[in-house]
Design a protein around this ligand. Structure first.
Ligand SMILES: [Zn+2]
Ligand SMILES: [Zn+2]
Length: 379
């Protein structure tokens, strides 16, 4: 069987690998049929960053934790890529009783056990059982984050399946949850909890870096009752998607019209964007930065934050902990997250499609079974 591997900047290919088997009684084998390309995956694909990152770490300019996630030689190919998918369960270990073969599930990007101390606190992407002393345990990040492989493959193994796999509620189209494993859930944590604590608050999204996350965030903010949602991006295509969700949009040349935002999402993935985002906060506001800020010396206007009583949040998103609320919301409201998908490609075309410069790529192939389950309980 085959899996998609990143070889070097601008080049991916199918490689042969062994068929996965159930190793533990709590395992599942799943067959992905929808796969999203994470915004972060485009970093090594569209830019030859491996050598600059290696040099940056040697000089102390790039944070050494990059090496513990992506390897001492970051993004050294070939490694299996892809960590967003909707899959069908094709085999279950004997200890998995609450799932069944044929069910459609979301597989979170990070592997977690569900029972260790961080997992019980909702920090599922910092699971100590799965990380085994490493920084992260994740699909599609290369060997430094574990031997889990990528999600753009014929089949793959999921440990702790009863905890890890979250069924897609009946009636929710698989295309809608293509990015639930990562980017859609990442947008959720950046907007929904902070907005719930600031009801009817104003929201600013600085987009264009973490391209799909910014758009999901703008849409989710409108859908959760924000009084104002301003979306900033130089891409006309993305601005029109943000507007289709009901956000206002401007280019980076225009100052957003609102004075001080209760919730800001920094999705430019640039340190200058981080500073702009923090400075755009209203008193007591919260900024969640969803990009990568690789430098050891990123400047942050701390005195400004002190004076505005601002909160800056960063960190991996704990998708497994978020998924029940996110899926319940999608099931209840029909929020059209698939509007962010700017390119759909056939599964077989993955090597070429994955290199395309587009906001959100989704790969698809036929599922084995049609989605005919009616009245299934939501997670
Ligand atoms: Zn990702
Ligand atoms: Zn755990």
């Amino acid at each position: 069987m085959r899996e998609l591997r990143f070889e070097r900047s601008g080049r991916l290919a199918w490689h042969e690998r062994d068929k996965p088997v159930l190793l533990d009684p709590g395992d599942a084998i799943v067959r992905p049929f929808i796969a999203g390309r994470c915004d972060g995956d485009t970093l090594p694909i569209h830019r030859p960053v491996s050598r600059p990152l290696q040099a940056g770490m040697a000089l102390g300019l790039v944070d050494p934790v990059v090496g513990s996630i992506c390897g001492k030689i970051p993004f050294r190919g070939p490694f299996a890529i892809g960590h967003e998918c909707v899959a069908e369960i094709i085999a279950l270990g004997p200890e998995v009783t609450r799932l069944r073969v044929g069910q459609r599930v979301i597989v979170p990007w990070a592997v977690s056990c569900g029972t260790c101390s961080p997992c019980r606190r909702g920090l599922t992407s910092k699971c100590v059982t799965a990380a085994r002393g490493g920084t992260l345990a994740a699909y599609g990040f290369g060997p430094a984050s574990g031997s889990w492989g990528g999600m753009v493959t014929d089949e793959f193994r999921v440990p702790f399946a009863e905890h890890m796999l979250v069924p897609v509620p009946a009636g929710v189209p698989a295309e809608r949850v293509a990015a639930a494993s990562d980017n859609l859930a990442d947008a959720w944590r950046a907007v929904v909890p902070p907005l719930a604590a600031r009801e009817g608050g104003s929201v600013l999204v600085l987009g264009g870096g973490a391209k799909s996350i910014g758009l999901y965030a703008a849409g989710l903010a409108v859908a959760h009752g924000a009084s104002v949602v301003d979306y900033v991006d130089d891409s006309a295509r993305r601005r029109s998607i943000a507007e289709s969700f009901g956000a206002r949009s401007v280019t980076t040349q225009v100052r957003p019209r609102h004075q001080g935002y209760d919730v800001v999402v920094e999705a430019t993935s640039r340190s200058s964007g981080l500073r702009d985002a923090v400075r755009a906060l209203a008193p007591g506001g919260v900024c969640t930065a969803v990009g990568y800020y690789l430098a050891t010396g990123t400047r942050v206007p701390l005195m400004h934050m002190y004076a505005t009583d601002a909160t800056l949040r960063l960190g991996v998103s704990h998708v497994r902990a978020i998924l029940p609320s996110l899926l319940e919301f999608l099931h209840r409201t029909g929020f059209p997250a698939e509007r962010v998908t700017t390119r759909t490609a056939d599964w077989d075309e993955a090597p070429d499609a994955y290199t395309v410069r587009t906001t959100k790529l989704v790969l698809r192939r036929e599922p084995l079974a049609q989605d005919t389950v009616v009245g299934e309980e939501t997670p």
